[in-house]
Write a protein that binds this ligand. Sequence first.
Ligand code: IPE
Ligand code: MG
Length: 232
Amino acid sequence: MNNRFNSIPNHIAIVCDGNGRWASQKGLPRSYGHKKGTEPVENITKICSKIGVEVLTLYVFSTENWSRSKEEVNFLMKLFVKFFKKLHKNASSNNIKVRHIGVKNNLSDELLNEIKKAEESTQNNTGMTLNIALNYGGRIEIINSVQDLLCQIKENKIKIDDINDEVLSNHLFTRGLPDVDLIIRTSNEHRISNFLLWQSAKAKIWITPTLWPDFTKEHLFQAIEYYNRVLH
Ligand code: IPE
Ligand code: MG
């Protein structure tokens, strides 16, 4: 399948946006859009792993999304519990390693437990890493890293001069993983939205008007084609 491309991005990061609009356009409650949005998540994950993407990061809930209605947030949190339960079952058959990136505070014990199960049961898989960015924020991630590093300086474990790109990268949620090569954003929003601020320093960005629930393999392939065109 990857004969179609000269180069496959090592790390693809997707802002899964437009679920609410997808539902509103059909006269349905926003929750229908969120539910439908889990279909491309499963589909795109499988395709990325098949074509040899090393890391796929999906942005499904930001630290800013708590400001939505209580009803919507509750619905999403329940959906995430179901989603991680399913991932726990399916990821192993696709040799995928699951990782949650984001802040653990504010997440329910039930959700944290499902996340833990999915991560632990897939940690020895050798295929693609799937990062689920849930309660994720780029700034808080950098702040946490700086705090960690300052503690280490205080305890004389490292020196100020030791801090470089690599050292800081190794304190992010994405530690050990390559930088982002390609960001995909759906629903025509031209915003970064606090997503992988450090890791995307050199990333290419592809934006599509397609709403996330309608995102298919063809859209993914258009994005990878774009990546190949702008690579050099
Ligand atoms: C993305 O869809 C999913 C989440 C952020 C949880 P939105 O819910 O942002 O959908 P729109 O942008 O309102 O259409
Ligand atoms: Mg949105």
